[in-house]
Design a binder for this molecule. Structure first.
Ligand SMILES: Nc1ncnc2c1ncn2[C@@H]1O[C@H](COP(=O)(O)OP(=O)(O)O)[C@@H](O)[C@H]1O
Ligand SMILES: [Mg+2]
Length: 810
C-alpha cells in the first residue's frame, strides 16, 4: 500500500479542508509543533482504511473523529496496491442526539490507475458501509492490529516491544499472531473428549440390551424354522386321511339322523280329530237340502196361481172412482134445495134495495133544485138596493122603470141542509146495493156450480156400475190381493230356507275338503317313504290306510337305526385314533392348537402360524445382531474420537502450544531483526535472546552480550526499528489471508531524546532504510534537526481553530 492522496475535511483538528499529495514521495516527514495535528494525518490514513484509530482504544466508537463543535466530516485516501489504484472514503455525521456515526463508507477501484478519484472518474465499487473494513483487510492482507504494528507505528508504542518484559512480549506476540484461539481449542477438545466418552458409554449401555442377539440364538431360530417346515409337510401329508375319517363319521352320523327323523315323522302320523262327527253332519245336511228344494217348488206354484187370479179380476182404480162419484152425487143432490132457496132470497133483497135507491135519487134531485131556486131568490133580493129608477139594470141593462118592493128573505140554510141529507141517503143506499148485489152473485155462482157438477156426475155415472155393484167388486178384489200376498210370503220363506241349507252344505263341503287337504299335507312328505295312494271316495278309509302304513314303516326304521349307531361308533373310533397321532406330533414340536375346533381345520394354520413366528424370530435376531454391530461400530468410533480429542486437549493444555509457537516465532524474529540491526549499525550489533530476554551482541566489544536496556538512545532506536521491520516482514506471513504488500512504514515520533550522536544514528538509519528498500518511509517529528535531514517535508500548523498542512519546498 502506497498512499497517493489524503483528503480531510472536518476530521479531528482538521476542521477545514486539507489535502496531502504523496505522489513521487518516498521518504517524507510531517513536521510542526506539538499539538499541531501531525499524528492526526497518520490517524486519517488508518481511519480511511479501517474506520478506527489506535489511540481511540475502542474500535466501535468513532466519536473522537469529530471535534465537539463539528457536525460532519470526510476522509478520503487514494492509494496504490499491486498495479491498481483504489479509493477508501468515509463520512462522519453527528446525529441530533449527539452520537457520531460513519456514513457512505466506500472502497472503490479506479478504472484509470493515474486518476485521483474525482467525482468524474470511473470506479468499481468493491464494498460499501460495513463491508468496507473486511474488504480492506482482505485487500491488504492485514487486520487492523497488524496494520498498526507493521505499517503505522504509533507514537509511544514504537520501542515498547524491544524493552518489554518477556511475559509482556509473549502477550503482545500472542495477540498479534491471534494465538488466543489455542486455549479455546484445547477447551473445546476437552469438552468434545468428554462428550464422546459419554456417548461411547451410552452406546455400551445400549449394547448390553442386545445380549440375546447371539450367533447361537440366531442358529437356534434357523433350526426351529427348518423343523417346523418339516412338521408342516407332515401335517399336509396327514390331512387327506384325516379328512376321509371325518367324512365317514359325518356320513354315519347323517344316516342316524335321517333314520331318526323319518321314524319320528312316521310316528307323528294320526287321524285328525272330529272326522266321524263330520261324516254325520254331511249326511244330515244332504237331507235338509232335499226338503228345502221340495218346499220351494210348492211355494212357487202357489204364488203363480194367486197372481193369475188377481190379474183376471177387474182393476181397482175404476171401481174406486165409480164408488166415489156415487157418494159425491148423493151429497150434492142433498145440498141443492137449500142453495136454490138462498139464491132466491138474495135476488129479492137486491130488487128491494134497487127501488129504495132510485127513490132516494129522485128526492135528492128535488132537494138540489129547491136549493137552486132559493139561491136565485136570494140573489135578486141582493140586487134590489142597487137598482135606480130610470137607470139601467146592472144585470140585463134594461132601464129600470119600477123598483120592486122588498121580497121576503128566503131560508138558504134550510135548503142546504135538506140537500145534504138527501145526498147522504143516496150514498147509504148505494153501499147497501153493492153489498146486496155481491151476495146475490155469490149465491147464483154457487147454485150454478152445484147444478153443473150434478149434471156432469149424472152423465158419467149413466153407463157405470151401480153403487152396490162397485162395492161388491171391490170386496172381491181385496180378497184376491190378500191371497196373493200370502203366497208371496210363503215363497220368500221357502227361498230363505233353501239359501240357509245351501250355506250349510257349502260349509260342510269346505270342512270335508279341509280334511282331505290335511290328509294330503300329512301324506305328501311321506310319499318318498312309500306312503299308499288314498281312496279318493272315502275320507275315513283313506286316513285309516295311511295311519296303519306309517306305524309299520316306523317300526322298520327303528330296526335299521341300531345298525347305523354301531357303524357311527366304529368310524368315530378310527377318526379319534388318527387325530391323536397328529396331535402328538404337533405337541412334540410345541405347536399350540386352538381348543374346540376339528384338527383338520386348525392343524395347518397352527403350524403355519408357528412357522411364521419362528421366521419372524429369526429375522428379528438377524436385525438385532445388525443393530448391535452398528451400535458397536458407533461406540468404537466415539471411543476413537474420545482418544483423539483427549490427546489434542492434552497437547494444547494451558498455553503450552502458543508458548512453543511464540518461542519459535521469536527465534525467527530475532534472527531477522539481528540481520537488520547489523545492517543499520554498520555491523556493530546483532540481536539475540535468552529465553525471551533480548540481548545485543556487541562486535565492537569482543562480541560481548548485554541486555538491550544498556543500549544508548540511538542504538535503542536502531534495535527497535530492526525489530519493527522484522515484525512487519514476519507478521504478514502468519496472516491467514497471505502475504500483503508492505510498501510503507510510518513512524510517529518515538525517537527519544536525541543528542547529537543519536540524531546522527537515527537520521542515518532512516536514510539507510529509505534507500535500501523500495518502500515509502514517513516519519512524524517535531525535532527540526531530524526533519531537516528528510528530503520532503509537510509542515503541519495549528491556528484559528483548525489544523492545516502544506508541503515545504526546499
Ligand atoms: N477528536 C479531536 N477533535 C479535536 N481536536 C482533537 C481531537 N483529537 C485530538 N485533537 C487535538 O488536535 C490537536 C492535534 O493533535 P495531534 O495530531 O496529536 O498533534 P501532534 O501534532 O502533536 O501529533 C491537538 O491539540 C489535540 O489535542
Ligand atoms: Mg503526535
Amino acid at each position: 500500500m502506497r498512499p497517493v492522496l489524503l483528503e480531510m475535511d472536518g476530521f479531528a483538528s482538521f476542521r477545514e479542508p486539507a489535502a496531502v499529495d504523496f505522489r513521487e514521495v518516498d521518504y517524507f516527514a510531517l513536521v510542526g509543533p506539538t499539538g499541531s495535528g501531525k499524528s492526526t494525518v497518520i490517524d486519517a490514513i488508518t481511519f480511511a482504511l479501517y474506520g478506527s484509530v489506535p489511540r481511540w482504544n475502542n474500535r466501535r466508537t468513532v466519536a473522537n473523529a469529530l471535534a465537539p463543535t463539528t457536525d460532519r466530516g470526510t476522509v478520503r485516501l487514494v492509494f496504490d496496491l499491486a498495479e491498481h489504484r483504489y479509493v477508501a472514503a468515509r463520512e462522519l455525521r453527528r446525529a441530533a442526539a449527539g452520537g457520531v456515526g460513519v456514513k457512505n463508507a466506500r472502497l472503490e477501484r479506479l478504472a484509470d490507475p493515474d486518476a485521483l478519484g474525482t467525482p468524474d472518474d470511473i470506479t468499481e465499487v468493491l464494498a460499501s458501509d460495513s463491508e468496507v473494513t473486511p474488504a480492506v483487510e482482505k485487500l491488504l492482507g492485514l487486520p487492523f492490529e497488524h496494520f498498526i504494528t507493521c505499517v503505522v507505528l504509533p507514537q509511544g508504542d514504537f520501542a515498547e516491544f524491544l524493552h518489554a518484559q518477556p511475559a509482556r512480549r509473549q502477550e503482545i506476540l500472542v495477540k498479534l499472531m491471534g494465538l488466543e484461539i489455542y486455549p479455546r481449542i484445547a477447551q473445546a477438545a476437552n469438552t468434545e473428549a468428554e462428550r464422546a466418552r459419554q456417548r461411547a458409554e451410552l452406546l455400551a449401555q445400549q449394547l448390553e440390551e442386545f445380549t440375546d442377539a447371539t450367533e447361537c440364538a440366531e442358529q437356534a431360530a434357523q433350526d426351529r424354522v427348518a423343523t417346523l417346515e418339516e412338521v408342516a409337510e407332515r401335517v399336509r401329508a396327514a390331512l387327506p386321511e384325516l379328512a376321509e375319517h371325518g367324512a365317514a363319521v359325518t356320513e354315519a352320523r347323517q344316516a342316524c339322523e335321517t333314520l331318526t327323523a323319518e321314524r319320528d315323522r312316521l310316528r307323528a302320523v294320526a287321524v285328525s280329530a272330529g272326522l266321524e262327527e263330520l261324516g254325520k253332519r254331511e249326511y244330515d245336511i244332504k237331507a235338509a237340502d232335499e226338503a228345502a228344494d221340495e218346499e220351494l217348488a210348492a211355494a212357487e206354484a202357489a204364488d203363480t196361481a194367486a197372481r193369475e187370479q188377481l190379474a183376471a179380476a177387474p182393476p181397482r182404480a175404476p171401481l174406486e172412482q165409480a164408488r166415489r162419484d156415487h157418494m159425491e152425487l148423493d151429497t150434492l143432490e142433498r145440498r141443492l134445495p137449500a142453495t136454490q132457496a138462498l139464491q132466491r132470497h138474495r135476488a129479492r133483497a137486491l130488487s128491494d134495495v134497487t127501488a129504495a135507491e132510485e127513490e132516494a135519487e129522485r128526492l135528492a134531485l128535488q132537494a138540489r133544485r129547491t136549493q137552486e131556486v132559493t139561491a136565485r131568490s136570494h140573489l135578486a133580493a141582493a140586487l134590489r138596493p142597487h137598482l135606480r129608477d130610470g137607470a139601467a139594470c146592472p144585470v140585463c141593462g134594461q132601464r129600470v122603470t119600477t123598483i120592486p118592493g122588498p121580497p121576503a128573505a128566503p131560508d138558504l140554510d134550510r135548503a142546504e141542509q135538506a140537500r145534504v141529507q138527501a145526498d147522504r141517503e143516496v150514498e147509504r143506499l148505494r153501499e147497501a146495493w153493492t153489498k146486496a148485489s155481491r151476495a146475490e152473485q155469490q149465491a147464483t155462482g154457487e147454485l150454478n156450480a152445484l147444478t153443473g157438477r150434478i149434471a156432469a156426475l149424472r152423465s158419467v155415472l149413466a153407463d157405470a156400475l151401480t153403487r152396490e155393484q162397485a162395492t161388491a167388486a171391490l170386496a172381491r178384489r181385496e180378497q184376491l190381493e190378500r191371497a196373493a200376498d200370502e203366497a208371496d210370503a210363503r215363497l220368500r220363506r221357502a227361498r230363505a230356507a233353501r239359501a240357509s241349507t245351501e250355506q250349510a252344505t257349502t260349509s260342510v263341503r269346505q270342512e270335508v275338503q279341509a280334511a282331505w287337504s290335511a290328509l294330503e299335507h300329512v301324506r305328501d312328505p311321506l310319499v318318498t317313504l312309500g306312503a299308499p295312494v288314498p281312496d279318493r271316495d272315502d275320507l275315513t278309509a283313506a286316513w285309516t290306510a295311511l295311519v296303519s302304513w306309517a306305524a309299520a314303516a316306523a317300526t322298520t326304521r327303528e330296526t335299521a337305526l341300531s345298525g347305523a349307531y354301531e357303524r357311527l361308533a366304529r368310524v368315530r373310533g378310527e377318526l379319534t385314533a388318527a387325530e391323536g397321532r397328529l396331535a402328538g406330533v404337533l405337541a412334540t414340536h410345541e405347536v399350540t392348537l386352538p381348543a374346540g375346533r376339528p384338527l383338520t381345520e386348525t392343524a395347518e394354520p397352527a403350524v403355519a402360524a408357528a412357522l411364521e413366528g419362528a421366521r419372524q424370530e429369526a429375522r428379528r435376531l438377524i436385525e438385532r445382531r445388525k443393530q448391535a454391530a452398528k451400535l458397536d461400530m458407533q461406540r468404537q468410533h466415539k471411543e476413537q474420537t474420545h482418544q483423539v480429542a483427549k490427546t489434542l486437549g492434552h497437547l494444547l493444555r494451558a498455553d503450552g502450544f502458543p508458548r512453543w509457537l511464540v518461542a519459535t516465532t521469536l527465534d525467527t524474529l530475532v534472527a531477522e531483526a539481528s540481520g537488520t540491526l547489523a545492517e543499520l549499525s554498520g555491523g556493530q550489533f546483532e540481536l539475540t535472546h535468552d529465553d525471551g530476554s533480548f540481548l545485543v551482541v556487541d562486535h565492537a566489544d569482543a562480541d560481548s552480550r548485554r541486555p538491550v536496556r544498556t543500549l544508548s538512545g540511538g542504538e535503542s532506536f536502531q534495535a527497535s526499528l530492526a525489530l519493527a521491520l522484522a515484525l512487519s516482514a514476519q507478521l504478514p506471513a502468519m496472516a491467514a489471508a497471505g502475504a500483503a504488500q508492505l510498501e510503507s512504514i510510518f513512524l510517529d515520533e518515538g525517537f527519544g531524546a536525541l543528542d547529537e550522536a543519536t540524531l546522527e544514528t537515527v537520521a542515518a538509519t532512516l536514510e539507510e532504510l529509505a534507500t535500501r528498500r523500495d518502500q515509502v518511509v514517513g516519519i512524524v517529528t517535531h525535532i527540526d534537526a531530524l526533519a531537516e535531514r528528510v528530503p520532503i517535508r509537510f509542515a503541519v500548523r495549528r491556528g484559528q481553530g483548525t489544523s492545516s498542512i502544506q508541503r515545504e519546498t526546499p
